[in-house]
Design a protein around this ligand. Structure first.
Ligand code: LLP
Length: 424
């Protein structure tokens, strides 16, 4: 990642600050996030897609500072709960640049969105349309989430566009709760105004042809809605899912190619049916914050058995991704230089499960020992936000770093924090 650089003495500099100093000051494990890199990536997106609304998917990492940075860089915001809306609200994120998602929105989620004036709510069931209709007073803008029948993503658990998974309205004619039923249901609700369609094909997607296919399919649905229901929709939201490289050698997402090929696919399909080009929104989460973060751990023990295990002071509670999605990571020694031979080791966490493996079969110096620091790159997205308290372990802090200056953004969770909710 761009934010890390090797110093003269083997020290790893993160956004200009020595990682070992950050570890001494904030403890381990700690999540570090490079503010400038988040801002630069947001800018790259805006420059590559100048006429597209780029909504940061806050599920990737939702803290006040991060939402402030992306707001300042001109991004919009995709939220999926009353909790995320509350964070956005606390930093005054402009409600006209916000969306709400979810296949099971609670009354609290819907009320939070209406109360703050979130401009677009992406509806995902007929029940939701009815519930939202009953709560909405003005002309609440809604988008219909469509199941485009185009699937992509690094793992079945994050592949969300295929027919037969839980998200969106089906395009199939024989299905009762399909897109046509959704359009008709919204028409009967005076408090709702249908302005567009949405789809999200999956996450950690590398293939741009999948996005092209989704764009073409969605253009067909816009035409179908016009021809069947007499409604011309002007907005198309194509979701997020842009992949980031976690381990060396993985390709980076081709943002330029994505921008070009989406445009061509849409222009072609719209022109073929005499349909006006819709206004586009996209929702990258991981791509904005993932590569800008690293996690720093301290080695608790090195055990040289039939395999060499390096046990660190964190694990599946701060990085659930290997156990949930079979995700792969690298790690590197930081804070000292080692001339020792590199040997294969397996970096494991502290939790009481054999599956608590952070990085399997990676090369680390043979003289690695308890007390050493290890850094895992690319942990800015879906690490802090997916963290748990498994084994009654407090969640790590989030430290923002910019030009060598570190700021504690979210403090470490203490035993007191954990016991506060236990009333027994
Ligand atoms: N829009 C919608 C409607 C979504 O559901 C998601 C992610 C995004 C946008 C942003 O996707 P991104 O650009 O970040 O891939 N925990 C999993 C990822 C789950 C993604 C869920 N939805 C992981 O760590 O791989």
């Amino acid at each position: 990642p761009r934010s890390t650089r090797l110093g003269e003495d083997g020290e790893l500099l993160f956004a200009g600050a020595p990682v070992s100093h950050l570890a001494a000051r904030f403890g381990t494990p700690s999540y570090l996030i490079d503010e400038q890199q988040v801002r630069d990536t947001a800018r790259e997106y805006r420059e590559a897609l100048p006429d597209v609304e780029v909504a940061y998917a806050s599920k990737a990492l939702c803290t006040r500072a991060v939402l402030r940075w992306v707001a300042e860089e001109g991004l919009s915001l995709d939220t999926c709960s009353a909790g995320e809306i509350a964070v956005a609200r606390s930093v005054g994120f402009p409600a006209e640049r916000m969306l709400l998602h979810g296949n099971a929105k609670t009354p609290e989620d819907l009320k939070a969105a209406l109360g703050y004036g979130v401009r677009r709510i992406v509806v995902d069931s007929l029940d939701e349309i009815e519930q939202l209709g009953a709560l909405a007073h003005g002309a609440q803008q809604v988008l219909i989430r469509v199941t485009p029948g185009v699937a992509a993503g690094a793992h079945a658990a994050i592949s969300t566009g295929a027919e037969g998974q839980k998200f969106g309205f089906s395009l199939l004619d024989g299905v009762p709760d399909n897109v046509d039923a959704a359009v008709e249901a919204i028409k009967t609700q005076p408090g709702l105004r249908l302005t567009g369609l949405h789809c999200h094909i999956g996450s950690q997607v590398t293939r741009i042809d999948r996005y092209e296919a989704a764009a073409r399919r969605m253009a067909e649905v816009l035409v179908r809605v016009r021809d069947t229901h007499g409604v011309t929709l002007r907005e198309l939201d194509l979701g997020g899912g842009h992949a980031v490289p976690y381990v060396g050698g993985e390709p980076a997402f081709d943002l330029g190619g994505y921008s070009r090929r989406l445009r061509v696919a849409l222009a072609y399909e719209c022109a073929a049916h005499g349909f006006p080009l819709p206004r586009l929104t996209i929702e990258p989460g991981r791509a904005i914050v993932g590569p800008a973060g690293i996690t720093v751990y301290r080695v608790c023990a090195v055990k040289r058995g039939s395999r060499t295990f390096v046990a660190v002071d964190g694990g599946m509670s701060d990085n659930a991704r290997p156990s949930l999605y079979g995700a792969r990571y690298t790690t590197r020694l930081v804070g000292r230089r080692s001339k020792a031979k590199r040997v294969p080791m397996t970096v494991v966490g502290r939790h009481c499960e054999a599956g608590d493996v952070l990085a399997d079969g990676i090369s680390l110096p043979a003289d690695l020992h308890a007390g050493d620091l290890l850094a895992v790159p690319c942990t800015g997205a879906y690490h802090h936000s997916l963290a748990s308290n498994y084994n009654q372990v407090g969640r790590p802090p989030l430290v923002g770093v910019r030009n060598g200056v570190a700021t504690l953004l979210v403090r470490r969770e203490t035993e007191e924090d954990l016991s506060r909710r236990d009333l027994g």
